[in-house]
Design a protein around this ligand. Structure first.
Ligand SMILES: Cc1ncc(COP(=O)(O)O)c(C=O)c1O
Length: 371
């Protein structure tokens, strides 16, 4: 989709293409741009040299403060090139070749790649019709081969935010399973979009509910620095030990990352706060939801994140994607997320592009109904 967007832009001009297919964040705020500039000017002995694999100690301390949970210190933190690397190294450290990792569909497609390149099996189970966790489906998929469960909140693509009932229910399912087996299933929570949670929905602290938990975090989306590759993995205090540290460090090296980019790490220290203003995202969410309601499209209002997750108004979603592309509107088919009946629209885009895409989508939806 990214290449198709490039092609259409080159042929017809930027203004005529609404490419809402990839999760491109809004532009980085000025304070973030200045923090990167300040970091690039910073000088100390070894500034451009290798560093400990898990990152600069002062940056790890700052990340630990941001986690703000009893018992979390810099020892719980591994700085990584984005959440992608945080999840990949967690899998390499805690999951053995041949193990299963359970995910919930719709899921971020790369979860499968992180597992399969670690010779693990990705086992998707469906979410409920309301996008909430389906505990029966998860219990049914758990087996002696299960090493981990991965969930994403707020979810890409569904926009669902896991609430306290879901997280404690999931913890209970995992504890019940662990009691019957001689290994403890790891819970990986991908929190890339946590600062983009729209009230009244709110983040629930998973560390209070299940000890075998790691959190994957990133600045890609909320600070608008996806290309700078910076994020971190947080270990529950009960998972912190020398063996885990060795595993994470070896995984960073084996995967060729070695460490998170130095300038991006330093930039984090030049920011007074890692909080962001989520209002511009929320406003865009409202724009697309108003059009969903006006056009009678089938979508549950996103509770967080950057995406609208829509049931395809055409029976053949791929045919709809082609028809949209012909009208220079690029969306992502749900098959990429394990749910072929749906499609995903990324709403972190200029308002006029959102209006353009929703107009075309609304028109095509009626065409199919009358066909
Ligand atoms: C759910 C989810 N997890 C992980 C990632 C990877 O993010 P990062 O750029 O921090 O590696 C993305 C990126 O789109 C995502 O949507």
């Amino acid at each position: 989709m990214f290449m198709e967007g490039e092609r259409l832009r080159a042929e017809f001009g930027e203004e005529t293409v609404a490419d809402l297919s990839i999760g491109q964040p809004l532009e980085a705020p000025e304070s973030v741009v200045e923090a990167f500039a300040a970091a690039s000017r910073e000088r100390f002995v070894g500034r451009f040299g290798y560093m400990p694999n898990l990152g600069y100690p002062d940056v790890r301390e700052r990340a630990a403060e941001d986690v703000d949970f009893p018992g979390i210190s810099s020892d719980s933190i591994a700085m990584t090139p984005g959440a992608a690397a945080a999840i990949a190294i967690a899998i390499r450290t805690f999951v053995d070749p041949g193990d299963d990792v359970i995910g919930v569909a719709p899921y971020f497609p790369e979860f499968r790649l992180y597992c399969e390149t670690a010779s693990a099996r990705f086992v998707p189970v469906p979410a409920g019709p309301d996008l909430r966790l389906d505990f029966d489906a998860i219990s049914g998929a758990l087996s002696a081969h299960t090493a981990a469960v991965i969930v994403n909140s707020p979810c890409n693509p569904s926009g669902h935010v896991l609430d306290g009932g879901e997280l404690s229910g999931l913890a209970a399912v995992l504890e019940a399973h662990n009691n019957k087996h001689d290994r403890k299933v790891l819970l990986i929570i991908d929190e890339v979009y946590r600062r983009l949670t729209y009230p009244p929905h709110q983040r629930v602290e998973p560390f209070n509910l299940y000890e075998q938990t790691v959190l994957a975090r990133s600045f890609s989306k909320d600070l608008g620095v996806a290309g700078e590759r910076i994020g971190y993995l947080v270990l529950h205090p009960s998972l912190v030990n020398a063996e885990t540290h060795r595993g994470l460090a070896q995984a960073l090296r084996a995967l060729g990352f070695v460490n998170a980019p130095a300038t991006a790490q330093r930039a984090l220290l030049h920011l007074d706060s890692w909080e962001i203003n989520a209002v511009p995202y929320r406003e865009r969410c409202d724009i697309v939801m108003d059009r969903v309601r006006a056009d009678g499209l089938d979508a549950i209002e996103p509770q967080g994140g950057l995406y609208l997750w829509l049931r395809s108004p055409w029976l053949d979603t791929l045919q709809l994607i082609d028809a949209l592309t012909e009208r220079r509107v690029l969306l992502t088919p749900g098959v990429a997320f394990g749910v072929p009946s749906h499609l995903r629209l990324c709403f972190s885009a200029p308002r006029r592009k959102l209006e353009m895409a929703m107009t075309v989508l609304g028109e095509l939806a009626t065409q199919q109904v009358s066909a």
